[in-house]
Design a protein around this ligand. Structure first.
Ligand SMILES: Nc1nc2c(c(=O)[nH]1)N[C@H]1C(S)=C(S)[C@@H](COP(=O)(O)OP(=O)(O)OC[C@H]3O[C@@H](n4cnc5c(=O)[nH]c(N)nc54)[C@H](O)[C@@H]3O)O[C@H]1N2
Ligand SMILES: Nc1nc2c(c(=O)[nH]1)N[C@H]1C(S)=C(S)[C@@H](COP(=O)(O)OP(=O)(O)OC[C@H]3O[C@@H](n4cnc5c(=O)[nH]c(N)nc54)[C@H](O)[C@@H]3O)O[C@H]1N2
Ligand SMILES: [Mo]
Length: 766
């Protein structure tokens, strides 16, 4: 396969224009169609888009934003959903000839973008010890290689099994079953780097780690705060919902260091007024907060709300709710009354007027929702920040009533479902006991490794077999040099994948690639049409059924891959019916219905139009299954992120043209960047103050303080782009900046890498 010129990554071509103040509209339609036609051609494009997010179609492999119940209509997709589909449904192929032509050492020189553009993986491939090239391997031999290596380990805890969030409920369930039957809880997953802080915070605050609102709640809210999230790029369909909320009179306040286009103005490409005209302003206010300032904001707002109650007793707080449903109010209120507003102003960079105006909006609202994503979770104090946001809602009784609640907006399309199915290194005893009863196994009870701990264990030689169900572990995790060395330290690495990525090139002594079907592909495992299910960000479970001809005859479904490996590992005579599971996924769902609460009668209920919604005790009946039996007000010391002199605080984020480590193209249309990704956005005054000029090329050097000095990490050659970010803050794209994030720079309690606040200095490119 030759390398088309336009895929060469040439930073000299990068063009920076003015950032856009609106999202979607005509360019979005044009871009999605162009990408789709390039990858799939006209017939497959039409066939694919007609099935996207339809009742008889497949779930969009893009984000986890829900479809509006009862509104699954044609073209219920967005530009970036279309790109995600085109990327998977591409007609380009990476087969044995490709690997014969390209030694691994050469492939390592290419960008993530180039790798992804080569097409779908079609054959199981093996990189044998010392080999320079991948070569084809039969499925049975591949399974035998893995099973032999797993049997050789002294303890099952010397293996780790990663999951990325596109894996269906059925595949996730059999995967965790295989792993637990084998004997370990080492189940790092992409959630560890994503919404782990949300889960950790919410379980303690309200007794369940999931959001409490649905689409109709958003549509009927009075006030919606959107903190640390860029929906115009990452959850575009959320903008249509927000447009409705606005039409119903909601006020929307964006809390973000950047004036993100989608938050400011939105043109719905599916509506006439979106195609012509100015579109709809989404955010009424933008609180342009300093990176890491959100906890201070929520604490400051709590103080102002308590003071408003003091001025007009009985009118602001929901005293009944607090008395009946919460614990810890007195200590919380005492703490918040002592918050120093000068500190809040310094930490947030906001004005006292902005704080008062936001507090007034909260006081005036009877139905408030707080939405958030990575800007809050990937912070050292992410858990505390999210608990402070939740407590702010509790003050006014905003959980368990229509139009109000907490809304962590998930990333991968089934990341929430994977966790529900047991992909977690510390599943509760009730789940493990039910699993053991269903299958006659004894699941291990000791907690396993999450993503960061798995890297540490591989680095230190405590884990030597690494298997990944999807994702791009090397590309997505922090401290790239450390992580790559850790994987190279393994005896065996196994990647179950749809597309080529860097994780196929950084391997253990033996490396395996197992090609799998994706969401859009027809699944005929066991000789019958199979369907799978997913759970969206709002706990709705529904069917996904791909319709496209798979990329090759060798491809297997994730379920078939797990069950094939299980048979090789455990033999045919095993207490778990692996063969029957592949033959009919209904059998898997039957087991799920007996193991996972809320899935009773799974097979019938999921076949109803739009599926079903899982129980959520706080939302449904204001029941809080916490240690106190009530919703907990948490008391947290205030943390924020001061900027050391001559340094910047860097956040690492997504461009408009990528899906995590999959790079669709080199533009970031809404931020005005074209043709390159090695850019760093900085306030123009900081560029000058630090002695640079617009367009200068710099290395980013991160500084990580240790007891005995400062550890440095470097990412080379970024272009300085003046941008309206707060002073002292900067932004650049992930994954190029992952080498800068120290492995130990993690959120307290959730162990999530702090990808949104890395201390860096700029060095002139030498
Ligand atoms: N097209 C597309 N869709 C996606 C993805 C994708 O890569 N591409 N990824 C999917 C996944 S897995 C996820 S988790 C989601 C991610 O969705 P987002 O969380 O929206 O993704 P990020 O680009 O990381 O954006 C973080 C936002 O937080 C802001 N921010 C940074 N630091 C702070 C801070 O300290 N405080 C506040 N208030 N804001 C801050 C940034 O300016 C940015 O707007 O999207 C999902 N959907
Ligand atoms: N610095 C920094 N790092 C971050 C983040 C950040 O904001 N900043 N965000 C973090 C977040 S929120 C997340 S979720 C992680 C993402 O981490 P991952 O989920 O590990 O990464 P992805 O890039 O989504 O994985 C893409 C690969 O998944 C495979 N794939 C796609 N679809 C399928 C499928 O259906 N089945 C199988 N088997 N494989 C499939 C393809 O081979 C593709 O190359 O990254 C995290 N890392
Ligand atoms: Mo994510």
């Amino acid at each position: 396969m030759n390398k088309p010129d336009r895929y060469i990554f040439d930073e000299d071509d990068v063009v920076v224009t003015h950032e856009k103040s609106y999202a979607a509209g005509v360019p979005a339609v044009l871009v999605s169609m162009r990408r789709a036609m390039e990858q799939m051609g006209p017939v497959r494009t039409a066939r694919t888009f007609l099935k996207l997010n339809q009742r008889n179609g497949f779930d969009c492999p893009g984000c986890a934003w829900p479809e509006t119940p009862g509104h699954r209509k044609h073209a219920e997709f967005c530009e970036n959903g279309a790109k995600a589909v085109a990327e998977e449904a591409t007609t380009r192929r990476v087969g044995p000839e490709f690997f014969a032509a390209h030694p691994v050492a050469e492939l390592l020189e290419h960008t993530d973008y180039w790798l992804g553009q080569q097409g779908r993986l079609t054959h199981p491939m093996v990189l044998r010890p010392g080999a320079t090239h991948y070569e084809p391997i039969e499925w049975d031999e591949a399974f035998a290689v893995i099973a032999d290596e797993l049997r050789r380990l002294e303890s099952p805890d010397e293996a780790a099994f990663y999951t990325s969030g596109r894996t269906s409920n059925e595949a996730a369930f059999v995967y965790q079953l295989l792993i637990r039957a084998y004997g370990t809880n080492n189940m790092p997953d992409c959630s560890n780097m994503c919404h782990e802080s949300s889960g950790t915070a919410l379980v303690d605050s309200i007794g369940i780690g999931k959001g409490s609102v649905s689409v109709p709640d958003l549509e009927h809210a009075d006030l919606i705060l959107i903190a640390g999230q860029n929906p115009g790029t990452n959850h575009p369909r959320m903008l249509s919902v927000l447009e409705k909320s606005k039409a119903n009179g909601a006020k929307v306040i964006a809390i973000n260091p950047l004036p993100e286009a989608g938050l400011l103005r939105f043109k719905d490409p599916q509506k006439v007024h979106g195609v012509v005209g100015d579109g709809v302003a989404i955010a009424d206010d933008l609180l342009q907060i300093r990176i890491g300032g959100d906890q201070a904001l929520f604490q400051g707002l709590a103080k102002l709300i308590l003071e408003a109650e003091d001025r007009n007793p009985g009118t602001v707080l929901d005293r009944e709710f607090i008395a009946e449903h919460t614990a810890g109010f007195e200590a919380y209120a005492e703490h918040m009354r002592n918050v120093d507003l000068d500190t809040v102003i310094e930490a947030t960079g906001l004005s006292l007027d902005q704080l008062h105006a936001t507090a007034d909006a909260l006081v005036a609202s009877e139905k408030t929702i707080i939405c958030w994503a990575m800007g809050l979770t990937q912070q050292t104090h992410g858990v505390a920040t999210i608990q402070d946001a939740t407590s702010l809602l509790l003050l006014q009784g905003m959980i368990g009533k229509p139009g109000a609640g907490v809304c962590p907006v998930r990333g991968h399309s089934n990341v929430q479902g994977d966790r529900t199915m047991g992909i977690w290194e510390k599943m509760p005893e009730s789940f493990l006991a039910a699993l053991d009863t269903e299958f006659g196994i004894t699941s291990p009870r000791e907690h396993g490794y999450d993503a960061v701990d798995a890297i540490r264990a591989m680095r230190d030689g405590r884990v030597s077999v690494f298997m990944a169900m999807g994702g791009n572990f090397v590309g997505a995790t922090p401290d790239t040099d450390v992580t790559e060395a850790a994987l190279r330290n393994c005896a065996l690495t196994v990647q179950v994948s749809t597309k080529l990525n860097r994780s196929h090139l950084v391997t253990g002594e033996t490396g395996l690639i197992l090609p799998s079907l994706g969401r859009t592909d027809k699944d005929l495992s066991g000789g019958r049409k199979q369907l799978v299910t997913v759970e969206d960000s709002m706990s709705a479970v529904h069917i996904s059924r791909g319709g496209l001809k798979p990329a090759g005859k060798e491809l297997r479904s994730e379920v078939a891959i797990v069950c094939g490996l299980a048979e090789a590992l455990f033999g045919n005579d095993h207490s778990i019916p692996w063969t029957e599971f592949v033959g009919d996924y209904d059998r898997i769902r039957d087991s799920i219905s007996r193991v996972v609460p809320g899935f009773e009668d799974f097979n019938t209920r999921v076949r109803q139009p739009d599926g079903f919604v899982l129980p959520h005790p706080p939302r449904d009946e204001r029941r809080f299954e916490t240690r106190t039996g009530k919703a907990n007000f948490a008391v947290h010391a205030l943390h924020w992120v001061p900027v050391p002199p001559g340094r910047l605080i860097l956040q690492t984020m997504r461009s408009h043209d990528q899906y995590n480590t999959t790079i669709y193209g080199l533009d970031d249309r809404y931020r005005g960047v074209k043709g390159g990704r090695r850019v760093v956005f900085i306030h123009p005054d900081d560029i000058t103050a630090l002695g640079f000029a617009e367009g200068d090329r710099v290395d980013l050097v991160s500084e990580w303080e240790l007891a005995d000095g400062v550890e440095e990490r470097r990412a080379k050659d970024f272009r300085l782009v003046p941008y309206p970010t707060p002073r002292g803050n900067a932004a650049a794209y992930y994954p190029e900046t992952n080498p800068l994030v120290p492995l130990d720079h993690v959120a307290r309690e959730s162990n999530t890498p702090v990808s949104k606040a890395v201390t860096v200095r700029l060095e002139r490119q030498s």
